[in-house]
Design a binder for this molecule. Structure first.
Ligand code: MGD
Ligand code: MGD
Ligand code: MO
Length: 765
């Protein structure tokens, strides 16, 4: 890694653009994965870490929420997991002198990449009001300071408690308990920007906002449709499951504006054949859809399913399932009959043959899984799209049977568990009642703020204290300039973090950074070494044990930080035994077992090898806990995304070498990009039409009805085989372009995948 120190949006002097790759993983990947670790940590520490990732007595990889198979390889991790582990387990630490040497003003010019490279945070630091530097502060003093601010608020709702999805179950539980005991439901989390649309759509249609499949179902499916997801980069171990499914005869269809490497061809590094051979062709069919066109595609396929049923009554729909378990079929049938091919072709950019092919495959397959990620959830019509996805599955009873179901693939390794533990601004009354019964206080009942609402609250001056359990809120949320201005209006901002990022530099009047143990590290408390637990994308809960000694003495665990802050803030109020929680996490798990359904014998279950799987109504017994007790087939109005003349639809996505706002390197190997991130991928025919050429520099302007000119200056145009009319640039830099007001209907998730942009050539010097 070289030491380029660049601003987001500025030119990378060494940028190289090559060809995009059509295969993923294989030998280069496994070599790439070991190299940074060995260089930074030495071979012994590396071996200890790499053989503990995702093992039954090891720690859970923090790179994604992909589940672990029952039969694990010795090396059950991927290249990007190795990068995440190395990034956290680096022995490099931020020295005390750093804080005096670097003013906040000077740090504003540093990139995320540079900030992350400074190493692990090892001492609490405080920025007093008016100061331009952080300075070291003692833990007790830090907690007293936050407590005083919190207790001085005129209402608990003037505080917001953000969570990023790496937070483990036990931490999340005590954290939400503290927020609610303090008196607020303001619990925004990264899920609000991620799979919130999934939670909203699935809760309304099937009564649970989670996947309805088990890990083994992949191997039993006839057809797997992968929509709006780039597994080769973001869930690489999923390729192993897809490969196995193919071996068992499954057909795989990828629906994406980009021909992502992992979806095209895959070389499995764990198999000799993968190392020497050409690898497996993963996707049998690739439907290169236009951004935002999925709803039209799903409706069109459902329409064809109903037409096939009309042509051969009794042979296509799963009548028994529909009659017994669903409501709304007739209304849907009437509505979908009006859908016309012209609208569908316009919205999807696909051909009739492609749509018919998918419909035909769907009708001929008895067991169908649809997986999806951000390409579907971060859209204006995301909730409606996902309801249509559920309808398509329901029509042929593809739910609650082997090899079939809905499979949202989560992002952060415990984002799903955090929600299960109560991190949500609108937890249902059943949960709040259970909390009340267990702890004897009356939790607030009014809904709190989600991520975008928190930002609006900051803008209005209604939120004065912003506390973050991990993450990088100002960089992750949309509309960077507006977000940063809003954050500066807070009275106090607190970040519990492992490494430096933009959110430490853009602060409220007064600010604190509280460093914490990472997941790889041994967590020793009064009651002995502690472990934590996480829930993966298929609702399996298992333990995660830190393996290496903490990077520095004096670091507190996240649980300890919450418990000490709670004691400092609440004292004896409500009589909760915070000190007991910190000493022995089993005590926390005992409380969880009485509050959260499915965890009744938590302490025993979590100690079983491989953990346990949470109950799931649709998956286990075709039980749908919706308002009607049935799975809901819904009617959704199609409103295709309009692309004004001369404009492109920009999606903001991840490179191969980043984890969300954390940048591991400036390369994006599969897309042929080296040493830079200031690139915009555009279809060659669009370039021709716009009078632009590959290699040219452009300013990217986003267009929104508020008339604000949001610009990402001086980007290099890369001619790339994306769908016509659709462009792509990297997140988080491109968040500058996403208007704050642009949010998904029903879930309030920022529309990060469809920004209307105009490219203006930069005059040549
Ligand atoms: N290495 C690594 N792993 C990660 C992460 C990471 O940053 N790095 N992040 C984690 C997190 S929090 C998450 S949420 C996941 C994210 O995992 P992904 O959702 O795979 O991440 P993105 O890079 O946002 O990719 C979105 C994909 O959707 C496609 N897409 C965009 N618009 C559309 C559309 O309109 N229709 C369709 N069908 N497709 C579309 C894009 O071309 C791209 O392939 O990964 C998790 N795992
Ligand atoms: N434009 C655009 N915006 C997006 C997206 C997009 O696709 N496009 N994706 C959205 C999605 S899917 C998500 S999930 C969000 C992500 O939003 P966040 O979860 O807020 O962001 P991350 O980059 O994952 O957070 C990284 C920081 O977490 C801290 N950290 C790492 N490990 C630990 C730990 O163990 N404990 C603690 N306390 N801190 C730790 C480090 O300081 C690190 O800098 O961004 C969203 N924003
Ligand atoms: Mo995410």
């Amino acid at each position: 890694m070289h030491d380029t120190d660049v601003n987001p949006g500025n030119e990378y002097p060494d940028l190289e653009v090559g060809h995009n790759k059509t295969w993923a993983v294989g030998v280069p990947a496994i070599l790439h994965s070991m190299e940074p670790a060995i260089r930074e940590m030495g071979p012994t520490r590396t071996a200890k870490l790499m053989t503990a990732i995702n093992q039954k007595d090891g720690f859970d990889c923090m790179s994604c929420a992909w589940p672990d198979p029952g039969d694990r390889n010795i090396l059950e991790f991927c290249e990007n997991g190795a990068k995440a582990v190395t990034w956290e387990a680096t022995p490099i630490t931020v020295p005390t002198s750093f804080w005096a040497q670097n003013s906040l003003t000077s740090l504003l010019d540093k990139s995320e990449y540079w900030l992350g490279m400074q190493g692990r945070l090892v001492e609490p630091v405080h920025k007093p009001a008016g100061a331009d530097h952080y300075e070291p502060i003692g833990w007790d003093e830090a907690f007293a300071l936050i407590a005083e601010r919190l207790n001085g608020l005129s209402s608990p709702d003037q505080a917001a408690f953000y969570t990023s999805g790496r937070t483990a179950n036990e931490t999340a539980f005590v954290y939400q308990l503290f927020a609610r005991a303090f008196g607020t439901n303001n619990l925004p989390d990264c899920s609000n920007m991620c799979h919130e649309s999934t939670g909203t759509a699935l809760s309304e249609t099937i009564g649970i906002g989670k996947s309805t499949i088990a890990y083994d179902d992949f191997g039993k499916a006839d057809l797997i449709i992968v929509m709006g997801q780039n597994p080769g980069t973001n869930h690489p171990r999923m390729l192993t499951a897809l490969e196995e499914a193919k071996r068992n005869g499954a057909t795989i269809v990828a629906v994406n504006p980009l021909p992502e490497a992992g979806l095209i061809r895959y070389k499995n590094p764990q198999k000799p054949r993968g190392i020497i051979g050409r690898g497996t062709q993963i996707a049998d069919h690739f439907l290169q859809i236009r951004s935002g066109g999925d709803m039209a595609l799903l409706q069109a396929v459902s329409q064809r399913v109903l037409e096939a049923e009309d042509a051969a009554p009794g042979t296509v729909l799963d009548h028994e399932f529909l009659a017994k378990h669903t409501l709304g079929l007739e209304e849907f049938r009437a509505h979908i009959a009006t859908l016309d091919d012209f609208t569908v072709l316009e919205a999807t950019g696909l051909t009739l043959e492609e749509i018919d092919l998918l419909a035909d495959l769907y009708i001929r397959s008895d067991r169908v899984i649809i997986t999806w990620a951000m390409g579907l959830t971060q859209q204006k019509n995301a909730v409606a799209t996902l309801k249509e996805l559920m309808t398509l599955l329901l029509l042929r009873g593809n739910i609650g049977k082997p090899g079939a179901g809905a499979s949202p693939i989560r992002g952060h390794s415990n984002v799903q568990g955090d929600r299960t533990m109560g991190i949500w601004e609108q937890m249902p009354s059943t949960f709040l009642d259970a909390l009340q019964a267990e702890f004897g206080f009356d939790p607030p009942r009014a809904h709190g703020f989600d991520a975008l609402q928190t930002l609006a609250g900051l803008q209005r001056g209604d939120i004065d204290v912003f506390f973050a359990m991990g993450g990088n809120f100002v960089a992750a949320i949309s509309d960077t300039a507006a977000a940063e201005a809003a954050m500066r209006g807070a009275g106090l901002t607190v970040q519990v973090s492992t490494k430096l990022n933009r959110s430490h530099v853009v602060t409220g009047e007064e600010a604190l950074i509280l460093p914490t143990l990472g997941r790889t590290e041994v967590d020793l408390q009064a009651g002995g070494p502690q472990f934590l637990s996480v829930e993966d994308s298929v609702c399996a809960v298992h333990a995660t044990h830190g393996k290496i000694p903490p990077v520095a003495p004096g670091l507190l665990s996240e649980v300890a930080i919450v418990c000490r802050l709670a004691q400092a803030t609440l004292g004896d109020r409500h009589g909760i035994d915070w000190a007991g929680f910190e000493a022995e996490y089993d005590v926390i798990r005992d409380h969880i077992s009485r509050v959260v359904p499915g965890f009744e014998t938590f302490n025993a279950d979590v100690r079983r090898k491989g953990g346990f799987v949470l109950p799931n109504g649709p998956r286990d017994e075709r039980r749908f806990d919706t308002a009607t007790g049935k799975a809901m087939i819904t009617v959704n109005e199609l409103e295709p995304l309009e692309r004004p003349e001369g404009r492109l639809i920009l999606q903001t996505l991840r490179s191969h070498d980043q984890f969300n706002t954390t940048i591991y390197s400036l390369n994006d190997r599969y897309r042929g990009i080296k040493n830079g991130r200031d690139v915009i991928f555009v279809n060659p025919d669009d370039l021709l039409e716009l009078g632009l050429t590959d290699g040219q520099r452009v300013d990217i302007h986003s267009e929104w009805s508020d008339g604000v000119d949001r610009v990402l200056p001086n980007y290099r145009v890369v001619s790339y085989p994306t769908a016509r009319g659709c462009a792509a640039a990297y997140y988080p830099e491109a968040n500058v372009l996403v208007p704050l007001q642009s949010a998904a209907t029903g879930s309030n998730t920022p529309v990060s995948k469809a920004v209307i942009v105009r490219l203006e050539p930069v005059p040549q010097a």
